[in-house]
Design a protein around this ligand. Structure first.
Ligand code: APR
Ligand code: PHB
Length: 385
């Protein structure tokens, strides 16, 4: 088999790239390790920047998103119970949309004309410096796919980044000594807007998926196990970390999903190796505090699609030559913002009294300074591509 672009991974990055290429008339094959149902069963983030909303429209996949997505004009920050709203519209005249990554994935799957190859085992990338090809096994049979370019969109644990020789790639990493315990519940959200709460017991986030479905998180220690968190224990802990009025209004119920995610910052450099390009979680991870993971993946593949179209149709390598440095500049800014939001909102075991006073001062500075709030709003709603 032969194709122009072999895309490894059918997460949002791989599916969006496949769709943008398909609309440009470029043949691409998506190879995914899991089944489509498994991919759709993963509960991930839920906040879309305006650039991501526009990209869904460009992919002609935005119909349901506009019907069901919830436009948010601000978020609330809470520090030891003191609340402050960040008004995106007033500060930067921009907004975000709450629409689950699972739904983004479903919509992209639905519009794609060419089917993706699911349940491909032992995916391996070969000769990406010269004449690239990908091998995989399906139903016990080994297949070979020859291609002009490979796009590694297979997430942090995927095969693409791992196939690059160690000497050719540099990794920058920070792991945080805590995780987020998340719960999904069929109850209306406690507030119209998201609430990011700092409390001496740890961070909490009130998020949502729809007017009747809510997503809540609490910061937990790095060694905590989800089995040790009954729903009751979760709700009790969440209430303690919210301000009294919000805690009072919280509607609780049985969880329909509960999991712990570690927090990590990670960037690989460079993101091009001959004819292989890395994008999305394969290239970088951000802690979820700034809601940047999905959006960053989308902006990577928007740039990559343009570069590949230019290379294949106009025979110009300018775009693919610039890809790595172009996207890394935006990636590092999103890394900085996600690290900063994480540092402000969480309790760090090693911080001590001085560090907590600094966090409080940062919150008070935000509450008192339009410039500080504007910077937060500009980053949260998304820097230009
Ligand atoms: N071969 C083929 N596919 C693979 C392999 C492999 N060896 N390893 C992983 N995959 C698949 C995964 O099963 C997954 O479906 O690659 C896909 C990667 O998707 P995501 O992890 O969702 O990553 P990405 O598409 O870059 O999306 C960005 O935004 O909200 C954040 O981290 C969140 O997933 C999110 C990301
Ligand atoms: C979510 O709804 O899952 C969510 C929202 C905002 C974040 C992270 C996660 O910053």
């Amino acid at each position: 088999m032969r194709t122009e672009v072999a895309i490894i991974g059918a997460g949002p990055a791989g599916l969006m790239l496949g769709r943008l290429l398909e609309l440009a008339g470029i043949d691409a094959v998506i190879i995914e390790r899991k089944s489509a149902d498994y991919v759709l069963g993963r509960i991930r983030a839920g906040v879309l920047e305006q650039g991501t909303i526009a990209l869904m429209d460009r992919a002609r996949a935005g119909g349901r998103m506009h019907d069901e997505g919830l436009v948010h004009h601000g978020v609330e920050l809470s520090f030891d119970g003191d609340r402050h709203r960040i008004d995106f519209t007033a500060l930067v005249d921009r907004h975000v949309m709450v629409y689950g990554q699972t739904e983004v994935t479903r919509d992209l799957m639905a519009v794609r004309q060419a089917p993706a190859i699911y349940e491909a085992e032992d995916v391996e990338l070969h000769d990406f410096d010269t004449a690239p090809f990908v091998t995989y096994r399906r139903n016990g049979v080994t297949h070979r796919l020859d291609c002009t370019y490979i796009a590694g969109c297979d997430g942090y644990h995927g095969a693409s980044r791992k196939s690059v020789p160690e000497a050719a790639i540099q990794s920058f990493e920070r792991t945080y000594p805590f995780g987020w315990l998340g719960i999904l519940v069929d109850k209306p959200p406690v507030s119209d807007e998201l609430i990011y709460a700092h409390h001496e017991r740890g961070f909490a986030l009130c998020s949502q998926r729809s007017p009747t479905r809510s997503r809540y998180y609490v910061q937990v220690g790095g060694n905590e196990k989800v089995e040790d968190w009954s729903d009751t224990r979760f709700w009790d802990e969440l209430r303690r970390r919210l301000n009294a009025e919000t805690a009072e209004a919280l509607q609780t119920g049985p969880s329909i999903e509960k999991s712990i995610a570690p927090l990590r910052s990670f960037v690989a450099e460079p993101l091009r190796f001959g004819k292989l390009f890395l994008a999305g979680d394969a290239a970088h991870i951000v802690p979820p505090t700034g809601a940047k993971g999905l959006n960053l993946a989308m902006s990577d593949v928007a740039v990559l699609a343009g570069a590949l179209i230019e290379a294949l149709q106009e025979k110009s390598s300018a775009g693919i030559d610039a890809y790595s440095s172009h996207v890394l500049s935006r990636i590092w800014k999103a890394e900085r913002f996600s690290w900063w939001m994480t540092s402000l909102m969480h309790v760090f075991p090693e911080t001590g009294a001085f560090g907590r006073r600094i966090q409080r001062a940062e919150f008070d500075y935000l509450a008192g300074s339009r410039a500080a709030r504007q910077s937060l709003a500009e980053n949260y709603t998304g820097l230009p591509a």
